[in-house]
Design a protein around this ligand. Sequence first.
Ligand code: PAF
Length: 271
Amino acid sequence: MKIFKSKHKLQKEILHIKNISFVPTMGGLHKGHVSLIRKSQSFKGKTLVSIFVNPKQFNEKKDFLNYPRNLKKDLILLKHLNIDYIYIPTFKDIFSFKVKNKIYLDSFSKKLCGKTRKGHFKGVLNIVNRFLDLIKPKYIFLGVKDLQQSYLISKHILKRKINTRVINCKTIREKNGVACSTRNKNLNKHQFKIASKVIKYLKNKKRLIKKKLSNFDSINTKKDLINLGVTKIDYIELINSKTLRKPRNKRENFRIFIAFYLNKIRLIDNI
Ligand code: PAF
């Protein structure tokens, strides 16, 4: 396992490696990351994991400061997983060079998380664009818990004709149904239980909606969620994850997309 803090040293090392599988992370690694990494290792070639808590994608400074970090633990895990390369840039290292491609921000960035997290996706694309420029990976592995992020990264790659394939990986859940997320580390036991109730409620809701689509009433659904102990709901929407539009009939495949708060902790999911 080779750890790099400088892009020049990293680039020197990987310059001639053609088939790099890249797993970008912000650290605070969990079972979801492990699954992305295992998937990346099932492809031929070398695996490169980045760890960088990107300040540009946080719309609130406090959220950035409270984001769970544990580099020591992450490195032990990555060593155990037998990762080839780890890139842990400083802010200056990653933001102090001119990138070849301009960021392409698809209009879907204005929906869902884009409505309340101003500048978030621009920040995500900024860092991912830089990583792609430096690493030139054959594949990039992304979790579909952040489906909007993955979609927008795919659009950027397509539009800018970048030679990297996005591999979407399924959401990994805790035993109680809550999607694995670094932010879960900030939840107390009580909040973790509420999060689980939310997921159960949404799964059941989806089953009911499938029977009678017209019954989705976001106002009452929000009320139910508040009664379960949710502090605030940024959005709850039914979306066809292929067309990204509202489903028009019950035969269409859809997912319930949600962003909600438990006190100050914001969680997202799609069920
Ligand atoms: O999903 C994440 O952890 C981040 O948004 C990413 C893709 C590593 C960019 O900072």
